[in-house]
Design a protein around this ligand. Structure first.
Ligand code: 4LI
Ligand code: NI
Length: 187
């Protein structure tokens, strides 16, 4: 089970590397990795568990964030309501590629946080409002996923991790809260 001590922090070179493609059939180690990343997200979103074990809550976790430079990331976006079982998006992306982006951008009103970045970096992180992702499932089968708004932002943040990018790379240094006209601000 992953804990905060297992999460790599900004400054660790693994976070700046392009991650390697995952090979199929999945090894038992890779299956375990997928399971453990999703488990971290579930645990981190459980208020009692998270408080007891000092887990920082997350909706996405990429393999480089647990020190493994492979193209695998888990996303667990809860529903707006507090239905504990129901998720807006629960997925493990393997070898994901964004194959199309909307022209329209979107950003989180409160900026982005990252389990690997301990300091707050204020500012909008402009991303595509809608994306189409090609990825492989656990069986190695190619899948296509279309997502928009918050889940799309989370997926882009996680895929960035697989390319060695961190969210603050995308914040406008001079005008951190400048939004492109017509872009969506998600709150
Ligand atoms: C508790 C239980 C306010 C500040 C609002 C918390 C269950 C920030 C937002 C959560 C912000 C859950 C989140 C991300 C932001 C901010 C991630 C709380 C966990 C909100 C997820 C990857 C960016 C994702 C919306 C600096 C660790 N997550 N908030 N950004 N939530 N969470 N990101 N932004 N301002 N980061 O952080 O998992 S994409 Cl679900
Ligand atoms: Ni992150």
């Amino acid at each position: 089970m992953y804990m905060m001590k297992n999460i790599t922090r900004d400054g660790n070179p693994v976070l700046r590397k392009q991650a390697a493609p995952v090979k199929f059939p999945l090894s038992d180690t890779d299956k375990q990795l997928a399971h453990d990343m999703m488990e971290y997200l579930i645990n981190s979103q459980n208020p009692e568990f998270a408080q007891k074990h000092h887990l920082r809550a997350g909706v996405g976790l990429a393999a480089p964030q647990v020190g493994i430079s492979k193209q695998m990331a888990s996303v667990l976006v809860p529903n707006d309501q507090d239905d504990d079982q129901d998720y807006l998006l629960k997925i493990t992306l393997i070898n994901p590629v964004i194959i199309s982006n909307s022209v329209q951008n979107a950003q989180l009103a409160e900026g982005e946080g990252c389990l690997s970045v301990d300091k707050d970096v204020p500012g909008y992180v402009p991303r595509s409002a809608r994306i189409t992702i090609r990825y492989q499932d656990f069986d190695g089968k190619e899948q296509t996923l279309r997502v928009k708004n918050y889940p799309a932002i989370v997926c882009q943040h996680e895929i960035d991790h697989l390319r060695g990018h961190l969210f603050y790379d995308r914040i406008n240094k001079n005008e951190p809260f400048k939004a492109e006209s017509g872009s969506t601000i998600i709150s």
